[in-house]
Design a protein around this ligand. Structure first.
Ligand SMILES: C[S@@+](CC[C@H](N)C(=O)[O-])C[C@H]1O[C@@H](n2cnc3c(N)ncnc32)[C@H](O)[C@@H]1O
Length: 282
């Protein structure tokens, strides 16, 4: 079966890195070969060298990009992923911010959102607090580098797997059952927006009360992790919180840990101090 040679793997993963910051080590050769083989068949190309040549052509790359990014990203996600986090959001974070914030504006960012489950889960938690958030202006922004998953998110139709950790009562309350699956209700759609964003680039600065950055840092090398943390730190407002996933290796990456200007205030939780030096390492 066709497999990337060492040289082809290096050339293609350099393009992946330059575009996304995702670092693919040699052990990922079989995985990448399998994923790209499918694209070769669809494009009727016979070798990976042909595919590499295509990626070097600016116009061809533009067209191929959504497929290429789909092949190189891992988009696993589901509603209410990590029960501990969502209990914290519902029982601690929302009541505290409602009590603390005077402006009645709430801005949440689901960074590297994949197909939207995390962003809509947050929307459900916020809606469930409607009595206390009734007059608030609440927005959840979700972003990803893959337009394919963003299209799925905007469609808002999910399967049984996506909802496997969602209590039945919430399924009934927040989704319409259709022939295609479970469709999020308009009341959730109204407060969630999806947009393309590469985590390497800056995002709205000083804006967010809460940022999710889960299950994505581990795909990056140290310089990219530091760049991403700078983006996220700048995007938070003072007193805002960052939640990283269980396998996001901040403390296992000494250079990143040293560059952090956020304060750790829980197992996976960080906050931007009220008077902070803005940004990581700068
Ligand atoms: C495993 S999913 C995480 C989804 C969700 N945050 C969760 O934890 O359930 C990782 C996502 O990161 C996205 N991603 C990878 N590199 C990125 C980058 N440089 N900028 C933005 N998103 C990126 C991928 O497209 C993928 O959808």
């Amino acid at each position: 079966m066709l497999k990337l040679t060492g040289e082809e793997f290096k050339k293609i993963t350099k393009i992946v890195y330059d575009l996304t910051g995702i670092y693919l080590p040699e052990e990922k050769n079989t995985l990448l070969s399998n994923r790209l083989r499918k694209r070769l068949r669809e494009l009727k190309l016979s070798t990976f060298a042909d595919y590499h040549t295509l990626l070097l052509d600016k116009k061809a790359l533009e067209e191929e990009l959504p497929h290429f990014l789909s092949a190189v990203t891992t988009n696993e996600t589901y509603f209410f992923r990590n029960k501990k986090l969502w209990s914290f959001i519902r029982e601690t974070w929302i009541p505290e911010i409602v009590a603390r914030k005077k402006s009645k504006h709430l801005r949440i960012w689901s960074a590297a959102s994949s197909s939207g489950e995390e962003a809509y889960t947050m929307a459900i938690c916020l809606k469930e607090h409607t009595p206390s958030l009734a007059n608030w202006n609440v927005r959840v922004v979700a972003s990803d580098i893959s337009n394919r998953v963003l299209d799925q998110a905007r469609r808002g139709i999910y399967n049984d797997y996506s909802l496997s950790s969602t209590p039945k009562a919430m399924q009934t309350k927040w989704f319409n059952k259709t022939d295609e699956g479970y469709e999020v209700k308009d009341s959730l759609r109204k407060i969630v927006n999806f947009q393309f964003h590469n985590l390497r680039d800056s995002f709205a600065k000083g804006t967010y009360d809460f940022v999710f950055l889960r299950n994505v840092l581990m795909y990056f090398d140290t310089p990219m992790k530091i760049a991403v943390m700078k983006t996220v730190t700048e995007a938070l407002n003072q007193g805002g919180h960052l939640y990283v996933g269980d396998v996001d290796p901040i403390r296992q990456t000494p250079e990143l840990h040293e560059a952090m200007t956020l304060e750790r205030c829980g197992l996976n939780l960080y906050t931007k101090p009220a008077v902070a030096s803005v940004g990581v390492g700068g």
